[in-house]
Each structure stands twice: as structure tokens, then as C-alpha cells.
Design a protein around this ligand. Structure first.
Ligand SMILES: [Zn+2]
Length: 401
């Protein structure tokens, strides 16, 4: 069983420092590559699914969160407000209020809906210091978030499509959910007092789950304050369950922000907001991937995709020439880093290792060793790079045929 905190430090992925503060990890170069690659993958599948990306600030005036309902229902999890020139500003606990305001930027016709606004944006949670650790419990969070503004008739299709995106991403990442959870309100929780919301929205999500054919369990007490949600649950290496991805239906915030669209009848109508996250927070997603793979990431995510090991200094120029123009993340590890055996051991987490001896250099060939132990016959170097590139571009979990 792997501990992402230990591996994060050993593999140079991320770390924390008491001077920066607990729950505020920073990303080291190798970890930043994994994170950036993951973020770009998510943005690409979102673009293909019709989402438009925006940026919005990580803070806002207290009044924004009073309007969204966060101040009344979620304040215990928020950082205290900062007094600034007679106003109070707070670090945001979610991106929804900003996206609701972005929707209001101009008038919308029903023809523009569904309008899908996405952002990989920062938010903050005032976690108690006792629970902080690694990347799973942090105070500064980068959330893969999106809000779909749609007509009531479109909600079920949009929520189902969001669930489909989650399943597509999990297939590329090799993540297996432990269960799908229909999160409903429970006694003692802080929820908006809107009986109609709590009657309509759960029925919609049940319909989505039934249509998608995934088994699920209904659990009381896990809803958001503004509505029920579908949570996709994963298990960490210690077996503890956590929510990674989520799809939520919200009739409340559109009303609070007085959002509307002009319908075919020429009158104003209220849109519904579908909140959804494909991989949840980048921190939790990467923590899970580190533990899932023990640092041996799928080739498309790996910080180093190909390690080139020239047997002696004589093959170094050839190794350099070989890599001209490749977009793969390659590291040349020369004889100054030790014997060939030691260098092979040092690169055990790298998906592809190319050993270049005198004969390979003369023939312009490479002999590939795969991380899973397979050794391939020498092949032309250009062909090896092209084949590896194909597996990377496909987000393949397999290293070779
Ligand atoms: Zn939201």
C-alpha cells in the first residue's frame, strides 16, 4: 500500500513547509508536470463536450456569498473575512457564485442553452489543522469545476452527459470508483428551506443514475446545502472512502442570482444550474493517482516518459541527436550517473527506457525496455519515438501492443 505523502516527497512531486503553512502544499517540477498534463487533458475533453472556459478571482465580497447562500449555510468551512477599505472580502469556498454572475453578464435566449461554463479554479476551505495532510486535506484547492445553465427540460440530459464525461476520464486514468452515491439531505444539516427543490431534484438524479445503468446507494446527510448530488466515491490506499467527482442539480442559486433566459414564448424563464466536477480537486485526484500507481504513472501522465541510457560517453551525441524534435518528455541519463544496472534501477518508474550501445548508435536503432519488464527487439529510433507518441496521444494505459 502506497502513501502519497511519502511518495510525493521521494519522487519530488510536492511538499509542504511550515513557513508557508499547513494544508498549503506546493508542487515541485515533476509533480507540476503531472498536474499540468491532467489539467490539459480535462480541458480538452471539456472543450470537445461543448464547455467554454473562463477565469474568475479566488475571492469576492461577502455580499456575493450571502446571496449564494454560502454565508448562511457554509460559513464554518470558510476563511474569516478580510476587512478592506470598508468592505469585507472572503476567499471563495466554491466557484458557483462567480459563474452565476458570469452568466448574468448579458441576456440569454433559450437558443444559447445549455451554456456550459468551466474553470479549473482556486478555492479555499478552512480545514482544522488537525486533519490536514498531504494533498487530500488542504486549505487551498484547485477545483475542476463547471456549471451548466440549462432549461428544466435539459437538466437530465446534461447531468447524464456529465456522468458520461466522468466515466470517460476514469477510463483514461485507470480510476475505479468504489460506488456511486446519491447524496440526499439528512437531519441536522444546513439546507436551504425550499421544499419544492428537495422534491424535484432527487427524482431527476435518480432518473440519471437509472438511465446510465450504474449501481448506486442513496445516503442521507451528504447533499450540498442547495441540492442533492451524485457523488463518485473512490477508496484511498488506507481504504478510506472519499468523494472525487460530483454531479449536482441546483434550482436555488439561479433564483438567488435572479438568472433568466428568454424562452420561445418571449417571456423570462429561470434556468437550472448543473454543478459538475469530472476529477474533483486536482490535489485529491493526483493524491489518488500517486497511491493507485505507486508513482508508476500511465505514460501520458508520467513526468519522464522515456529515459535514454547511453552505455558509454561515446553514444551521448547520438542520444542527443535522436531526440531532436520529439515532443515526448525525455531524460538522457549518461554514464556519469552510474553503471547501466544502477541507471536501469533508478528509472524503474519510467514507462520506456531506451538503451543505446555502439551497435544501436551505428544502426540508428534503440532497444526499448518497458516498465512492465518486456524487452523489445531493437528498432529504428524514429519508429520507437513515433510508436511511444501514439500510446501517449491515445491516453493509453497499455505501454505496448
Ligand atoms: Zn458549483
Amino acid at each position: 500500500m502506497y502513501d502519497h505523502r511519502k511518495l510525493g516527497r521521494e519522487l519530488g512531486l510536492f511538499d509542504t513547509d511550515p513557513l508557508i503553512g499547513a494544508g498549503l502544499p506546493y508542487w515541485l517540477p515533476a509533480g507540476a508536470i503531472v498536474r499540468h498534463t491532467l489539467e490539459e487533458y480535462v480541458r480538452a475533453i471539456e472543450r470537445r463536450a461543448g464547455y467554454q472556459h473562463v477565469y474568475s478571482p479566488v475571492m469576492g465580497k461577502r455580499e456575493l456569498y450571502e446571496l449564494s447562500g454560502h454565508w448562511a449555510h457554509y460559513r464554518d468551512d470558510m476563511f474569516p473575512p478580510m476587512d478592506l477599505g470598508g468592505e469585507q472580502v472572503v476567499l471563495r469556498p466554491s466557484l458557483c457564485p462567480h459563474h452565476a454572475v458570469i452568466y448574468r453578464t448579458h441576456a440569454h435566449s433559450y437558443r444559447e442553452l445549455p451554456l456550459r461554463i468551466a474553470e479549473l479554479g482556486g478555492m479555499h476551505r478552512a480545514e482544522l489543522s488537525g486533519v490536514l495532510g498531504g494533498l487530500t486535506r488542504v486549505r487551498a484547492i484547485q477545483l475542476n469545476d463547471a456549471h451548466v445553465f440549462c432549461t428544466p427540460e435539459q437538466v437530465a440530459d446534461e447531468a447524464a452527459a456529465a456522468l458520461g464525461l466522468i466515466r470517460q476520464a476514469y477510463a483514461a486514468l485507470g480510476i475505479r470508483p468504489v460506488r456511486y452515491r446519491l447524496s440526499l439531505p439528512g437531519p441536522g444539516g444546513k439546507y436551504v428551506d425550499e421544499p419544492e427543490v428537495w422534491r424535484q431534484a432527487p427524482a431527476l438524479l435518480v432518473d440519471v443514475l437509472e438511465r446510465s445503468g450504474v449501481p448506486y446507494e442513496a445516503v442521507d446527510g451528504e447533499a450540498a446545502f442547495y441540492g442533492p448530488k451524485i457523488d463518485v466515491q473512490i477508496a484511498g490506499s488506507a481504504g478510506r472512502e472519499a468523494t472525487l467527482s460530483t454531479v449536482q442539480v441546483d434550482f436555488y442559486q439561479p433564483k438567488q442570482f435572479d438568472l433568466h433566459y428568454i424562452g420561445p414564448d418571449g417571456a423570462k424563464h429561470r434556468p437550472v444550474m448543473v454543478h459538475r466536477s469530472i476529477i474533483g480537486s486536482v490535489e485529491r485526484a493526483v493524491a489518488h493517482l500517486i497511491e493507485l500507481y505507486g508513482g508508476a504513472f500511465p505514460a501520458w501522465l508520467a513526468p519522464t516518459q522515456l529515459a535514454v541510457l547511453p552505455i558509454s560517453d561515446a553514444e551521448l551525441p547520438h542520444a542527443d541527436a535522436l531526440l531532436k524534435g520529439t515532443e515526448l518528455r525525455v531524460e538522457i541519463i549518461g554514464p556519469e550517473r552510474g553503471s547501466l544496472g544502477a541507471r536501469v534501477r533508478d528509472t524503474r518508474l519510467v514507462p520506456y527506457v531506451a538503451v543505446i550501445g555502439a551497435r544501436e548508435a551505428a544502426d540508428d536503432h534503440v532497444a526499448l525496455r518497458l516498465r512492465d519488464g518486456r524487452r523489445l527487439d531493437p528498432m529504428p529510433a524514429a519508429e520507437a519515438l513515433r510508436r511511444i507518441g501514439t500510446f501517449v496521444d491515445m491516453h493509453s494505459l497499455a505501454l505496448w501492443d
